[in-house]
Design a protein around this ligand. Structure first.
Ligand code: COA
Length: 157
């Protein structure tokens, strides 16, 4: 089942994220800060965090929020599925949940940023598979040779 994230989940979420092998140590520190800020204040600012929970074990999660200073645009800031569970459709179901959640909140456009490196090729394929458009690429954004790919999907007609 998909349920809201609680502050008791933070260690499990950071561990799951580290276990994917896709995130740098700095990003794992940032994730912990994002979750701490979410529980202290940002849940009141419209940020959303949900986990896929199977009998008390978290298999994946998402974190999305309205994009400041835009007309109903949202960002999916985090999505990860446990390394042992990838490729079974959980990520697709989490993504569909996020889209529906944002639609119900009146959202218009969903934006997802990821890396252009070879390592992230499966991640980029994942977004294309689920109907996202590669709207832009910013070379050398994260670091030299590590650009930003910007995927978007319109959530209303
Ligand atoms: C990207 C991610 C969330 C997708 O979740 P998932 O449950 O593996 O995805 P699904 O099973 O719903 O979709 C499978 C599709 O995603 C892609 N994919 C990405 N990573 C994959 C993996 N490790 N195994 C299988 N397919 C993967 C494939 O295109 C696949 O489609 P195909 O079977 O037709 O080839 C997950 O693989 C993950 O956590 N990756 C590491 C972290 C990450 O990149 N997060 C996003 C940062 S922007």
């Amino acid at each position: 089942m998909i349920r809201p994230v609680t502050d008791a989940d933070t260690d499990a979420l950071v561990l799951l994220t580290a276990g994917t092998g896709f995130f740098k140590p700095l990003e794992l520190v940032a994730l912990r800060e994002v979750l701490d800020d979410f529980h202290s204040t940002n849940h009141e600012e419209g940020h959303r965090a949900f986990a896929w929970d199977e009998n008390g074990c978290i298999l994946g999660y998402v974190y999305h929020a309205p994009t400041p200073m835009t007309d109903r645009s949202w960002h999916l800031y985090w999505i990860a599925v446990d390394a042992s569970q990838q490729g079974r459709g959980l990520g697709g179901k989490l993504l569909a949940f996020v889209e529906q959640d944002i639609r119900e909140l009146g959202g218009r456009l969903l934006i997802i940023e990821t890396s252009t490196t070879e390592h992230y090729e499966p991640t980029r394929k994942f977004y294309l598979k689920y109907g996202y458009t590669l709207a832009a690429a910013v070379p050398d954004f994260y670091a030299d040779g590590d650009g930003m790919a910007v995927f978007t999907k319109r959530l209303i007609g």
